[in-house]
Design a protein around this ligand. Structure first.
Ligand SMILES: Nc1ncnc2c1ncn2[C@@H]1O[C@H](COP(=O)(O)OP(=O)(O)OP(=O)(O)O)[C@@H](O)[C@H]1O
Length: 428
């Protein structure tokens, strides 16, 4: 995916003397000190990031952290104090007003706001076609597009209703349909779902994810809600005092917060719902191959102190799990033979999860597993890694270093249930 928006060293100072404020920032003064001493408000500072085409990129932060200011700079509703904003190869800071109008029309779908900002005297259809009308699209074409979009957001049958006849959730669908109907690559959403009650809000988030999977717009979404950011964002930029303090996927931010501020922020998150099997797995260091003889496999296990081992074929296709005790028992029966083939009845079904499955699913798989480690596979059943009990505990214990090191935490959380896997856990 190529970058559609690139922002370089962007500043926005509100006040009469922005140059002085930027100098003070460079000297290390804080936003508060600059407000006190210079009476200048730092909107955003030292902003550098890129958004990829088709990505849902979320600006997240507390009130006053600068997220709305940053979003408004991106379509130049605010004039930057300094810096570059390159969209599709054009530095929009350099455009004159006429060029800017044209550029906006072809680039932005318009904005979806918290207060819906729909026109009260227009019907649903009239509202949804409005953006296309501004673009100068013919009535017939725009109404056909608008009707399609109304259907996609689940409002079919309400084309002729007026906003006052609709619930909050329905009004926001109108706003969303209006934004999405416009044939432009970037959709800006500012706290779009914040006024909705929690259940409807979640529904709208799900629908946005669903719509986005077919529409593939680039969405720049502002929210103060971390749950929302993590649910819908491919990547999230966390802002504080006008600065971006971390950019990453939900998993990256949760498992590796860049500083104490972010760490405190994500502490209350439901980590089990956000981390995936792929994030917490470790490489499968010792594996048995289908061509290996049983003695070789047993030697491998003994050498590494393993009580079980996964077997794969030459394409890494996962074949099953072998228990050392059972293999040793089986080999005793063939002590005097030279060339013993591997007895396929020793191959047990491996406990496995897909690499994209959430930690909560991994925990369930662990519960159901009879013999310990969980294999992590891709969509072709190829072995990608293993998850041992210690990694699950480390992931739940909010200790990023423990995840890196696969460190065992001796505290056994009830959520993992009975430890029927004994010593084999950390050994595959
Ligand atoms: N037009 C303006 N004039 C002066 N200061 C402004 C203006 N707009 C924003 N600010 C200041 O810039 C800073 C960032 O504000 P901004 O609205 O971008 O934050 P936010 O993270 O979007 O917060 P919220 O969620 O409350 O909207 C704040 O200190 C705010 O007071």
């Amino acid at each position: 995916m190529s970058d559609i928006i690139t922002v370089n060293n962007l500043y926005k100072i509100f006040g009469e003397n922005p140059k002085k404020a930027i100098e003070a920032l460079e000297e290390g003064k804080t936003k508060d000190e600059i407000l006190q001493e210079l009476k200048q408000v730092v909107g955003v500072q030292k902003i550098n990031f890129s958004v990829r085409e088709g990505e849902t990129f979320v600006l997240m932060g507390l009130s006053g952290s600068g997220k709305s200011t940053l979003q408004r700079l991106i379509n130049r509703l605010h004039e930057p104090t300094s810096g570059e904003i390159i969209i599709n190869g054009t530095d929009i800071v350099k455009l004159n007003q006429k060029e800017l109008r044209e550029f906006r029309r072809n680039t932005f779908c318009g904005m979806v706001f918290q207060n819906f900002a729909i026109l009260p005297h227009r019907t649903v259809l009239g509202n949804v076609e409005f953006g296309l009308e501004l673009q100068g699209v013919d009535k017939e074409v725009r109404q056909e597009k608008a009707r399609k979009m109304i259907e996609q957001v689940g409002l079919k049958g309400n084309e002729d209703s007026y906003p006052s006849q609709l619930s909050g959730g329905m009004q926001q669908r109108v706003g969303l349909a209006r934004g999405l109907a416009v044939d432009a690559p970037i959709l800006l959403m500012d706290e779009a779902f914040s006024a909705l009650d929690p259940l409807i809000r979640r529904q709208m988030q799900d629908e946005l994810i669903e719509l986005q999977s077919t529409m593939k717009k680039t969405i720049l979404f502002v929210t103060h809600d971390l749950d929302e950011a993590f649910r819908i964002g491919d990547r999230i930029a966390i802002m504080k005092d006008g600065e971006i303090v971390q950019i990453g996927s939900a998993e990256e931010i949760i498992s590796r917060p860049s500083n104490d501020y972010v760490k405190a922020f994500v502490e209350d998150m439901d980590r089990a719902a956000v981390l995936t099997a792929g994030t917490i797995m470790q490489p499968a260091k010792e594996i048995a191959f289908t061509g290996d003889g049983p003695r070789t496999i047993l030697r491998k296990m003994k050498r590494n102190g393993l009580s079980g081992i996964f077997m794969i074929d030459s394409k890494r296709d996962l074949k099953g799990y072998i228990l050392a005790d059972e293999l040793a028992e089986n080999l005793k029966k063939h002590q005097k033979e030279d060339d013993v083939p591997f007895d396929k009845s020793l191959l047990r079904e491996a406990s496995k999860v897909d690499q994209d499955e959430a930690l909560s699913d991994v925990i369930n798989a662990y519960h159901d597993s009879e013999y310990g480690p969980i294999a992590v596979v891709d969509d072709k059943n190829r072995l990608r890694g293993v998850i041992v009990r210690g990694a699950i505990i480390a992931a739940l214990s909010q200790d990023p270093e423990a995840i890196d090191e696969g460190k065992i935490n001796t505290g056994s959380p009830e959520s993992l249930g009975t430890d029927n896997t004994g010593e084999q856990d950390n050994k595959s």
